[in-house]
Design a protein around this ligand. Structure first.
Ligand code: SF4
Ligand code: SF4
Length: 264
């Protein structure tokens, strides 16, 4: 289901006056600010936001880690000492687990050992959206898969449905585990699912996603429906892959892995 911000706010308004599923739970959770989806007159606009990650340009651990740090700081993502409680919006994974269908014993060593930067794919045909019983996760008209912490009842159906492991659940209170709280973004509470939001709050302020900015050209972000956009040009000139294309989820995150010259 696609929904623009106006429709979303209407739905959120109904919820706040007590109409809808799980009212008491939602009221408790309404303590979390919902500035992420507030309407903005200004801001970056697209018909279909998409990302292109050029892994050929990632050469050191720092190339990955500084992006993860930027994302996790801005979004108050906690760092739990216990891996079982891990919450992640942007993370790295080995090639084999990122692209299992591409694994074969003859892959160049440089590709096989290359870490891949992972995040929510903001799939056009998102299974997480279809299974959510409270519409806590939904599509914005610009293609972003949004998540409203107020409406999340913690059933974790979306986590089971996502074939990319892009969602995390707050098993315990995450707030004591945030290294440095960013007051500009809401913190979450136990029992809520979260994930990358394509920096929707930054887009509405006219800013590109934090990971894109920190990447210094290694990640591109733009309108997939605009033939003249940088992402379209880059995809036309470089061979790209998406994760698990056979599932038909239509991810909006593209990867340039290797096997050719960089064309900028
Ligand atoms: S990657 Fe997972 S969480 Fe993100 S839109 Fe696709 S199915 Fe949903
Ligand atoms: S787009 Fe924003 S929220 Fe998503 S991984 Fe990048 S910095 Fe994090």
């Amino acid at each position: 289901m696609s929904m623009d911000r106006r429709e979303f706010l209407k739905l959120a308004g109904l919820t706040c006056i007590g109409i809808g599923v799980g009212g008491a739970q939602l009221l408790v959770r309404s303590r979390i600010a919902s500035s992420e989806y507030a309407p903005a007159a200004e801001g970056l606009q697209a018909n279909r936001w998409a990302m292109v990650i050029d892994l050929r340009k990632f050469r050191t651990e720092e190339d990955y880690d500084k992006l993860i740090k930027a994302c996790h700081y801005i979004h108050n993502v906690p760092s739990f000492p216990d891996k079982y409680h891990e919450v992640k919006w942007l993370w790295k994974e080995d090639f084999e687990h990122s692209f299992p269908e591409q694994k074969n014993r003859y892959l160049p060593e440089g590709i096989e050992k290359k870490p891949v930067l992972l995040l929510c794919n903001h799939c056009s045909n998102a299974p997480c959206v279809r299974v959510c019983p409270t519409k806590a996760t939904f599509k914005l008209s610009n293609g972003i898969t949004a998540q409203d912490y107020h409406r999340c009842i913690g059933c974790r159906f979306c986590m089971a449905a996502c074939p990319y492991g892009a969602r995390s659940f707050n098993w315990v209170d995450p707030r004591p585990y945030i290294k440095e709280v960013n007051p500009e973004f809401p913190t979450r509470t136990p029992g809520v699912v979260e994930k990358c939001n394509f920096c929707v709050e930054r887009l509405s302020e006219g800013l590109r996603p934090a990971c894109v900015e920190a990447s210094e050209g290694k990640i591109l972000f733009g309108d997939l429906r605009d033939e003249g956009s940088e992402v379209r040009r880059y995809l036309a000139e470089n061979f790209s892959m998406r994760r698990k294309p056979e599932l038909g989820t239509e991810p909006a995150v593209f990867y340039i892995i290797g096997g050719g010259e960089e064309h900028v």
